[in-house]
Design a protein around this ligand. Sequence first.
Ligand SMILES: Cc1cc2nc3c(=O)[nH]c(=O)nc-3n(C[C@H](O)[C@H](O)[C@H](O)COP(=O)(O)O)c2cc1C
Length: 259
Amino acid sequence: MNQTLEIIRNRKSVRVYEDTPIPETSKEMIIQAAMRAPTAGNLMLYSILDITDPAIKERLAITCDHQPFIAKAPLVLLFLADWQRWYDCFLASGVPEFCREKGTSMRAPREGDLFLACCDALVAAQNAVIAAESLGIGSCYIGDIMENFEIHRELLDLPEYVFPIAMLCLGYPTKGQLKRKQTARFDRKYMVFENNYRRLEQDELTQMCKSFSGRTGVGQNVGQQVYMKKFSAGFSHEMNRSVKKMLENWAGELPQQDS
Ligand SMILES: Cc1cc2nc3c(=O)[nH]c(=O)nc-3n(C[C@H](O)[C@H](O)[C@H](O)COP(=O)(O)O)c2cc1C
């Protein structure tokens, strides 16, 4: 076991933070680590919003499924899948005219492009998590940033080809958080297969559920509880509505200027 593996093995999400601010040098190291992550074609298809305005944090604490700890996090980094920068660069570089000369039309970013940019943004975010961890700074992802697209677009000036895929809350963990037990993971036999995917049998699913550690709710077994608490919860419906709306930008017709 080396130091890096040790950090990865001991990490857990941190949702309660000491008031201690994150030193600028640490913030910079975290951001630099994110930016050294692999990126598709070295295109750097993401942007990072450093949310410093307390009023915006307060708003996000509400719009991201009412999670007050967001407002209390000393550092909030929002990872955006971003094709806008390249798209604007294409326009500024005369790509529409160039395409016209070649007898084609310039295309707009689409679903596959979005997925690639999401990969870039998430890979960068995870680098930030591990870098922070190495500095004694805990973190927690906020997937609910994909909800309330219309509000977030306005709040954060998000243009058409930018998609908020993950937010990170970071801060020094309280003693309570340091002591908190790690969550368990499923046994690797349920998750790692050789060459071909294998769907699990009924008895394997039952066994697997016994080891699930997560917040459960109403229901007679883990399957029913997770369905109700996560898959069919209000936040999940809102996330699906919001993402579908965001996707309209990426699945629509070609822009006027390209036709
Ligand atoms: C994509 C993603 C979205 C998440 N969204 C939230 C969230 O909105 N709120 C929260 O408290 N935790 C969130 N988490 C943290 C998970 O709940 C946490 O990783 C999981 O329970 C396992 O616990 P651990 O990270 O301590 O191992 C998210 C994690 C990921 C990877």
